[in-house]
Design a protein around this ligand. Structure first.
Ligand code: GLC
Ligand code: CA
Length: 575
């Protein structure tokens, strides 16, 4: 058992713009986070991942950085940051920073120089190409809509931007670029931060020929094949590890867009000397289709189970999983995987929490998930702020024949702004997020769903999450136990066991709003097992239990004699 502090931690993601505004300008900020450190302490999380707080013109809410060693004006100053870091540490909370180094802002000093002339010292910091027959260098489409190339008048060449045109891609093949980034990372680590979440790190190395991509029915070609897990990505991460990461006791998690299990083992295999962990997105992409993520489909539990099972088993003994239902780019967990109706929101949010937090890996909680916050439906496109959403609306309604009402429905299902409405602190105006006008509307359900209403209610989603976090800290089996899936073909129940030394854990989750019978595995029946946590009151220990709508139960069993491996029994649902 290869023990690490980051395997035993629970991470809480803060999207600073939407967390807490301290000065009434309607934008969350560092002093706002400081105000809420005791809230995080009470929840019990070990680590906070801060989405970017660096200087930025905010084309993509801070994921377009114009100075890596300064703080965004909206968020405060470096002194505020230092205060946050010190206070968080004094409360036993670690701080992990977002590291966005696939691209910078076009307002970054390097790019301002780079675009000046072909022989500028910084020219080669970015990816410049001549046009072809009066058009872009190739047919790649940007992930935020339009071409991935922008023509620049000054030198009459194009630069590559996988994201918005204000996010030019850095040229990682240039050793000076790598050294600048490594120096900057060292500077932050010397300040005492506890690690990095690395934004789209799987994109940093591009196939040098930059060939056209497949068009798949659209105007633009797909760049994925030539930019994801490119030829030198592992070489560069090894170099980063050797020169920077290996010198500190930190945690790293790479946002590895497009990653497979085999590839994940290269990025984060125990002895690879690259990253500690990666985020995989297969379970986020379950409903993707013709228009990428844009649709209103419901996921299938069988597909979800298959993916999670594959990752749990696939990394066993070789790398460590990250567990998450949502983040700042995804819809709200309860709206997507649970049921956000009045009747089932709380119970299904608790069920989802149980299902995720009992798995093997490091759990991530996205701000508000611990309250069961939901997706939002703003009446008009004007209420949306996200550049990806706005560009997709334009492109899909103009060029792909999607009716605006249908596109709005897609937005209600998957827009990133679902996750970005302000954190709901109380039932006063604007949910207690700001005394000013919030930069994006508050979800009108804040009067019901908010921290104040849940903090002291032992039956709230918040209290339930607190319990899940506490259990992980108390029971090594939840961190290190072996995982095994039960009833893999069941379309309604997600059930699995964990095993460590003489202990066994059984996790059973009903993903539907109907009651059903579930046959208990033989060795949990009539035995000395007890319920560790459950989202309904229950004392049901029969052979066949009745699971109520969205019911989740976790049983713990302690054997007198250690269990020999291989005595797993086959289980079937009762008829
Ligand atoms: C990552 C971030 C996302 C951002 C993109 C470009 O996917 O999570 O928010 O827009 O990278 O930086
Ligand atoms: Ca503010």
């Amino acid at each position: 058992m290869n023990k690490k502090w980051w395997k035993e931690s629970i991470v809480y993601q803060i999207y600073p713009r939407s967390f807490k505004d301290s000065n009434g300008d309607g934008i969350g900020d560092l002093q706002g986070i400081i105000e809420k450190l005791d809230y995080l302490k009470d929840l019990g999380v070990d680590v906070v991942w801060l989405s970017p707080v660096y200087k930025s013109p905010n084309d993509d809410n801070g994921y377009d950085i114009s100075d890596y060693q300064d703080i965004m004006n909206d968020f405060g100053t470096m002194a505020d940051f230092d205060e946050l870091l010190e206070l968080a540490h004094s409360k036993g909370i670690k701080i992990v920073m977002d590291l966005v180094v696939n691209h910078t802002s076009d307002e970054h000093r390097w790019f301002v120089e780079s675009r000046k002339s072909k022989d500028n010292l910084y020219r080669d910091y970015y990816i410049w190409r001549d046009g072809k027959d009066g058009k872009e260098p190739n047919n790649w489409g940007s992930w935020f809509g339009g071409s991935a190339w922008e023509y620049d008048e000054a030198t009459q060449m194009y630069y590559l931007h996988i994201f918005s045109k204000k996010q030019p891609d850095l040229n990682w093949d240039n050793p000076r670029v790598r050294q600048e980034i490594f120096d900057m990372m060292t500077w932050w680590l010397d300040k005492g931060i506890d690690g990095f979440r690395m934004d789209v790190i799987s994109l940093i190395s591009k196939s040098p020929e930059l060939p056209d991509g497949e068009t798949k029915g659209g105007i633009y070609g797909d760049l994925a094949e030539f930019c994801i897990h490119g030829p030198c990505v592992h070489e560069y991460l090894k170099e980063m590890n050797e020169k920077v990461l290996s010198k500190y006791n930190i945690m790293t998690v790479g946002e590895a867009t497009g990653v497979t299990i085999e590839e994940a083992k290269k990025y984060a295999g125990y002895n690879r000397g690259e990253l500690d962990t990666v985020f995989q997105f297969e379970h986020m992409d379950l409903t993707n289709g013709e228009f990428g993520k844009w649709n209103n489909k419901k996921f299938s539990l069988l597909d979800l189970k298959k993916i999670i099972d594959r990752w749990q088993k696939g990394l066993e003994g070789e790398a460590w999983n990250c567990l998450f239902w949502s983040n700042h780019d995804q819809p709200r967990a309860v709206s997507r995987f649970g049921d956000d109706s009045d009747e089932f929101r709380e119970i299904s949010a608790k069920m989802l929490g149980t299902c995720l937090h009992m798995l093997k890996g490091t759990p991530y909680i996205y701000q508000g998930e611990e309250l069961g916050m939901t997706n939002v439906k703003f009446a008009s496109l004007d209420d949306y702020r996200d550049i990806e959403t706005l560009n997709a609306f334009r492109e899909l309604t103009n060029t792909r024949g999607i009716a605006p009402e249908i596109m709005m429905d897609y937005i209600y299902h998957v827009s990133r702004d679902n996750a970005r409405t302000p954190m709901q602190w109380d039932n006063t105006e604007n949910a207690g997020f700001t005394i000013g006008t919030p930069w994006i509307g508050v979800n009108p359900n804040y009067e019901k769903i908010n921290v104040k209403a849940q903090m002291n209610d032992p039956y709230s989603v918040f209290s339930y999450y607190k319990k899940l976090i506490h259990l992980r800290h108390e029971h090594p089996i939840i961190v290190y136990g072996d995982y095994e899936m039960l009833v893999p073909q069941d379309e309604r129940v997600f059930a699995y066991t964990r095993k460590l030394e003489n202990k066994r854990l059984l996790v059973v989750c009903n993903f539907t709003k109907t009651s059903m019978e579930f046959e208990m595995p033989d060795d949990f029946v009539h035995s000395n097992s007890k319920i560790l946590v459950s989202n309904y009151a229950t004392t049901d220990f029969g052979d066949c239990i009745v699971l109520r709508p969205y019911e989740a139960r976790v049983y713990l069993k302690e054997e007198k004699v250690p269990i020999v491996p291989d005595v797993m029994v086959a289980f079937e649902l009762c008829r």
